[in-house]
Design a protein around this ligand. Structure first.
Ligand code: EPU
Length: 416
């Protein structure tokens, strides 16, 4: 299993190009199931999760051509509308095939995702919404078996804000008969990116970017061209790394407009940030100040940046309270950061971080994607060598992270 070895203490300097967003690309690939005509996608990130989704779609009969970060999806020959446990257990986002399969083919067999390192993450809202649209759903032998001759528009009020839940129901509603109203919908930029693609495919959606999406179903969708939005979490991770390790970095091809809450907190920490339309420049002199935060749905502070900010707070001046409100178990990085010399105590859903002057390198273990990113940041500013094990988590969601960081001057290498 690959590991990363980092020798800390180098400031980061130079330019980095931000890749396409994993959490936009995954639902967008599933949208390829909604039409028999080709989808042309660009700015696809090179990630393990994307390859897993490709395998899943190909098993159903999707034809995929790939040329660097450009993909062409041909959904004219889907023969087997199902997602097996073997694939779903490795990537929960596979649940995103459920809505499109049911909407276009009237049936789907999708494994229940099961447990997850960061929380229980049930899919009850996805199922409840599809049932409200007339789907007949049973759970049998760990699989969701769904049928509907044609889904019918409905008014669906979600019990909680769910990103993939909103995306699944949106993809189902675009081909349903009549009007669907999704209330308490997620407003994450990735949901907006998916909605924009669906509109290009001929869907009728209003309220995009708000918590109420109104969809007039159509009989069929056509092909389209779409560029996947830039990854706001990758951008935020690089900014946190600069705030923690120091330096001067230009982020290119990013979406500063999707990063307001993160930029506010980084400025509070002392990071100097210049903002352009599609670039950001970050400079850090000296040690960061500790900043407290609370995760919440967009546009508030994202849970996917919580672990990286905890690494930053570990080396900041002062103390920070970090409260996680989205997932019940997303503090797995705390034990590992403490092995590097951080001073973090968890009380319920809040971590109290007392900044220390210096972390000290050690061997640590990645437990999930964003936890791994926090360990990379900690390693970049720790004294001596940090070895991060189980970095397959990192490969699921960060495109060439060690190459991008070493181009910025970090001493980082993959040990295979
Ligand atoms: N929830 C339910 N029932 C449901 C759906 C969600 O109880 O039917 C709960 C979840 O357990 C959680 C909360 O609602 O406590 C919010 O979960 P949500 O459904 O929004 O999360 P998700 O759609 O499964 C996406 C991202 C995550 C990101 C979250 C929150 C994708 C593929 N994944 O997950 O990304 O953390 O939204 O913003 O879009 C990551 O990239 O590292 C990652 C975990």
């Amino acid at each position: 299993m690959d590991k990363l070895k980092i020798i800390g203490g180098q400031p980061l300097c130079g330019e980095v190009v931000i890749s396409g967003a994993k959490n936009a690309a995954l639902p967008i690939l599933c949208a390829g199931l909604l039409s028999a005509q080709p989808l042309h996608l660009s700015n696809m990130p090179d990630l393990q999760d994307i390859r897993t989704m490709e395998t899943l779609l190909q098993k159903m009969g999707m034809r995929i051509e790939r040329d660097a970060d450009n993909y062409t999806l041909d959904g004219a020959h889907i023969a087997s509308p199902e997602a097996s446990y073997e694939l779903v257990k490795t990537m929960r986002a596979a649940i995103l095939v459920l809505g499109p399969l049911l909407a276009r083919f009237g049936q789907a067999r999708v494994s229940l995702p099961g447990g997850c390192a960061i929380g229980a993450r049930p899919v009850d809202q996805h199922i409840r919404g599809l049932q409200a649209m007339g789907a007949d759903i049973v759970i049998e032998h760990g699989y969701i078996l769904a049928k509907a001759s044609r889904l019918k528009g409905a008014r669906i009020v979600a019990d909680m804000i769910t990103v993939t839940g909103t995306e699944n129901l949106l993809m189902a509603a675009v081909l349903a008969d009549g009007e669907t109203i999704l209330e308490n919908a997620a407003r994450e930029p990735e949901v907006i990116d998916l909605a924009r693609l669906l509109v290009k495919m001929g869907a009728h959606i209003s309220g995009i970017g708000t918590d109420t999406l109104v969809i007039q179903g159509v009989d069929q969708l056509h092909g389209a061209h779409h560029k996947v939005m830039a990854d706001r979490i990758e951008a935020g991770t690089f900014l946190c790394a600069v705030a923690a390790a120091g330096g001067d970095v230009l982020l290119r091809q990013c979406r500063p407009d999707t990063l307001d809450a993160v930029l506010d907190k980084l400025r509070e920490a002392g990071l100097e940030i210049e903002v352009g339309v599609d670039w950001l420049r970050a400079r850090m002199h000296g040690r960061a100040r500790a900043v407290s935060l609370r995760t919440s749905e967009y546009p508030a502070f994202p849970t996917d940046m919580q672990a990286q900010f905890m690494a930053l707070a570990s080396v900041a001046i002062g103390s920070a309270r970090v409260t996680e409100t989205i997932f019940e178990n997303r503090f797995m990085h705390v034990q590992e950061l403490n092995r590097l010399g951080a001073d973090i105590v968890v009380e319920g859903n809040t971590a109290l971080v007392q900044g220390v002057a210096m972390l000290s390198g050690a061997t640590v273990m990645a437990t999930d994607l964003r936890a791994s990113a926090s360990l990379v940041i900690a390693g970049l500013c720790a004294e001596g060598a940090t070895v991060i094990e189980r970095i397959y988590h990192l490969d699921r969601g960060y495109d060439c992270i060690e190459k991008k960081l070493s181009a910025l001057g970090a001493q980082i290498a993959r040990i295979t």
